[in-house]
Design a protein around this ligand. Sequence first.
Ligand SMILES: [Zn+2]
Length: 242
Amino acid sequence: MRVMPDSALAILYKLHKVDSALHGIRMRANALDAGKEDSEKLKAYMKETDSIRAAAKSASTKARDFESKTEETKEKKARFEEKLFSGELTNAREVENVQKEVAMLGDILETIAANAKEHAQGLPELKKKAKECEDEISVLQKMIVKKRQIAVAAHERLKAEYQVQVKLRPGASSLVPPALLNQYENIRKHHGDSAMAVITEEQTCGACGMHVPEKAKVLVNADRLAACEACRRILFAPVPDA
Ligand SMILES: [Zn+2]
């Protein structure tokens, strides 16, 4: 004999199905990957590569400084040279002073050039390394954005599913006899998920796998209360849908 669809257990089972669906949706929502792990990875990677990226940045700045200093000095030297040939210098002492300035600026230019050359030696390698780091960071950032977008969309879908199920709950629970509902809620609170379990074809508890004794099956089929001996969930044997 099978339980009739309007039996107390069948009515409770309908509520159980709603609660199971709600629980499932919550679990799926909790398991969504919003890129948290990748964010941690990115943070660690940025920290790890911070010194190399900072070094490349300051080295580039220094190279630009050499260039502007060279330009500046060249212009200054050209102005003095102009003076030498302009005919505005009237005495030998003035000429000598300007010549000294020109020579000094020439020395400065040589020093800058030597320093810039030395500085430029390690620069390409450093820049290449830093570029690799920046590229990796960019890849991680894009992946995180993508994952977040996917998770947000999935979360929206789950929210809609949840709202459908949650609306079914008051109607489903109002039909359950109060004492049975009370017991059901206590077991549900204890497990944090489901309070009912289906007896499998192998005659085990569908939730925990414990063997279900024949007498429990007889009780269930008579629409009487029988709990799993291991997990205490209310046992049920639903009528096949077809
Ligand atoms: Zn069980």
